[in-house]
Design a protein. Structure first.
Length: 285
């Protein structure tokens, strides 16, 4: 009999990519994808009923409040989703001996480092979104032991709304764009991350803790945009500008390149170079 794996946030970008990765393959688990219409994530009763019904071996949490600028004013909602709902989820996981695989973010760091960020580097978020996600991590760590927290960055794919699709859409009406060059990180193809999640569960090594995952390499948003138009064969003039040109409510970290040594060595995975994955994605689009 197949054991259940529930995916919360199943209709979001990563959830859709996970669904694509596991569908049509011979799976030893029964993946159950839950959208907002299936589950009120912040309702403790809804989550409790979910665990009573499915008694999952794993819970993959892709649900989050991700509107970075809006979170500065919508504090109650951001922390309700990213911290307190996550705490209740961890409590249910503990009660049902379910392993939690939770997606977090590079925004738990302040962006002042000049070297790739390891999992044990001190956290210091510079905005409300980052703080709410960090608090969610801490709640998990206080409640339970059987968890994987995967911090990732700059997610894009063929699904949902993301930077790549925004650039391609803007190209339909503009012949010139200004893009920030003083924020540096690594674009991450959500399908690559989904494959890693599936492999972690299949291998079941029980090496719990915090892990970093993004594609390999380093890029600014300017580099990212240039590569999008290059691979899409679109003649677009891209002008590099500093982040001061675009005033936002929430401050962003200037440097969020993550060190992936731990996940590569422990999980035995190879990570694709960001330009290779981006090219693959754009050819699919």
């Amino acid at each position: 009999m197949k054991r259940n794996i529930i995916v919360i946030g199943g209709s979001g970008q990563l959830g859709q990519c996970l669904n694509e990765v596991v569908s049509g393959r011979e799976e030893i688990f029964n993946y159950i994808f839950l959208s907002r219409s299936d589950l009120d994530f912040v309702s403790g009763e809804d989550v409790k009923r979910l665990f009573e019904q499915f008694k999952p071996l794993y819970c993959i949490n892709c649900a989050a409040y991700t509107e970075v600028d809006r979170a500065e004013e919508d504090l109650d909602r951001a922390f309700e989703v990213n911290e307190f709902a996550v705490k209740r989820l961890a409590e249910n996981c503990l009660a049902y001996d379910t392993t939690l695989l939770h997606i977090s973010t590079d925004f738990v760091f302040d962006g002042n480092s000049g070297i790739p960020l390891t999992e044990d580097r001190p956290t210091s978020p510079v905005n409300a979104y980052g703080l709410s996600k960090l608090n969610g991590e801490l709640q998990i760590q206080q409640v339970m032991a059987k968890y994987y927290i995967i911090r990732t960055s700059w997610l894009y794919s063929e699904k949902a709304n993301n930077f790549v699709k925004t650039m391609l859409k803007l190209a339909q009406s503009k012949d010139q764009l200004q893009v920030i060059y003083d924020q540096v990180g690594t674009p991450t193809y959500a399908v690559d991350l989904a494959k890693v999640i599936v492999n972690i569960i299949k291998n079941d090594k029980n090496v719990y803790g915090v892990y970093h995952y993004s594609n390999e390499g380093v890029a600014s948003w300017y580099d990212f945009a240039k590569a999008v138009f290059e691979f899409a064969e679109i003649d677009m003039k891209v002008l590099p500008v500093t982040s001061s040109v675009f005033v936002t409510k929430a401050k962003r970290p200037h440097y969020s390149v993550m060190d992936k040594t731990k996940i590569k060595s422990v999980m035995g995975i190879e990570i694709p170079y960001w330009r290779d994955s981006l090219n693959f994605c754009i050819q699919n689009l």
